[in-house]
Design a protein around this ligand. Structure first.
Ligand code: ACO
Length: 331
């Protein structure tokens, strides 16, 4: 069974409520109908109910049973605005600004998740990554024990010799442009969590670099070595090793040669990239040249699940992201 079908089955086994702030948008409406029909999640759409219904009619999408909330007229808006003001007043937010922000479906949706009125959020078909991430980071914040919210891609390679039968986690590919060593250690722990909770695999984490075990000397290498040390301190039982080059991480013969005795080298199933440029390029190489399926970006280390969509996403991409978010909401 494909990994995404396993995740859908997991989501359907314990149905969670996911809010879609882009409720008036065509693909979101079609995806909502599909999600509900497949029993993957309960959906709340944000927007003008008449507009949402008009889009549904245009596509023959059955949205019966889907709750539609208009943030501009909702009787919960005042309460969310008061909470938002309390959360952000130290950062200079005024009551007026808070009231104006919660009328925006993106902020209203985040406040619903914060308040526990929804278990998770999916957005980004018409918002940029930054516009989706910023309210999530400011309001939902990192989960207890984590300092850094980051992201991963769930990779399903057609080559079963890599990772766990082709299944791998790549991180961070979307959030932290230039992590410090401490942030990189947090990313590694978040990625290990994602491996367990989403892929159902026991993580073997490779901290990637252009050097293996001191073969090169550079500040960039030192950062990965330091991140490896911090991650070991934070999670002594986690199978994690670094710094490793990509081939030493994935290919058993190279791993044995360059990092003999390592529990990770040659059999890594979680790849932690040293920065966002390498992570973002890395997952796209796997997807485009390696013909791997790549699901994400999936936020990790965040207190409650909120996930971003690509603006080029398809209806099925939204369905998959809702299923992933619902599975994350199960904890
Ligand atoms: N973890 C936890 N909290 C964070 C993080 C993080 N990684 N990053 C920012 N924050 C918090 C800050 O502490 C701050 O909180 P505060 O206001 O309570 O003090 C708040 O979020 C805003 O932080 P800023 O630094 O002001 O946020 P900024 O808007 O500058 O940047 C962002 C955050 C949007 C995530 C930025 O790092 C970014 O643009 N990242 C790259 C996103 C991107 O373009 N990705 C590539 C495309 S995606 C793809 O191709 C798959």
């Amino acid at each position: 069974m494909a990994i995404i079908d396993k995740i859908k089955a997991k989501a359907a086994a314990d149905v969670k409520t996911i809010v879609l702030p882009e409720g008036e948008e065509d693909r979101n409406v079609q995806a909502a109908a599909k999600v509900v029909e497949a029993g993957l999640a309960k959906i709340i759409m944000l927007g003008d109910p008449e507009k949402v219904k008009a889009v549904a009619a245009k596509y023959g999408a059955n949205i019966d049973g889907i709750e539609i909330i208009n943030p501009a007229t909702s009787d919960k808006a005042a309460g969310y605005a008061a909470t938002l003001f309390e959360l952000r007043k130290a950062k200079g937010m005024t009551e007026e600004q808070a009231a104006k922000l919660v009328a925006d479906p993106m902020y209203y949706g985040i406040m619903m998740v914060k308040a526990g009125d929804a278990d998770g959020l999916v957005s980004g078909a018409i918002h940029s990554t930054g516009d989706m991430l910023r309210p999530a980071l400011q309001i939902i914040k990192a989960k207890p024990g984590m300092k850094t919210v980051s992201s991963c891609f769930l990779i399903e390679s057609p080559l079963p010799q890599f990772g766990e039968n082709g299944i791998m986690i790549f991180s961070d590919c979307a959030v932290m442009p230039n992590p410090t060593a401490e942030e990189l250690a947090n990313i590694a722990l978040g990625a290990a969590d994602s491996a367990r909770s989403l892929a159902g695999i026991e993580p073997r984490v490779a901290m990637l670099s252009f050097s293996t075990k001191g073969s090169a000397k550079h500040d960039n290498v030192t950062k990965v070595q330091e991140a490896t040390r911090i991650a070991h301190e934070m999670a002594p039982d986690l199978m994690l090793d670094g710094e490793l080059q990509l081939d030493a991480a994935l290919v058993p013969s190279v791993g044995a040669l360059k990092a003999p005795g390592s529990a990770v080298a040659g059999k890594a199933n979680v790849l932690v990239f040293p920065d966002l440029q390498s992570g973002n390029i890395g997952y796209k190489l796997a997807q485009r040249l390696g013909q791997a399926e790549a699901y994400g970006p999936i936020l990790q280390g965040i207190a409650k699940p909120c996930n971003d969509l690509s603006r080029g996403c398809s209806v099925d991409d939204i369905v998959a992201t809702v299923a992933i978010t619902a599975a994350q909401a199960q904890g």
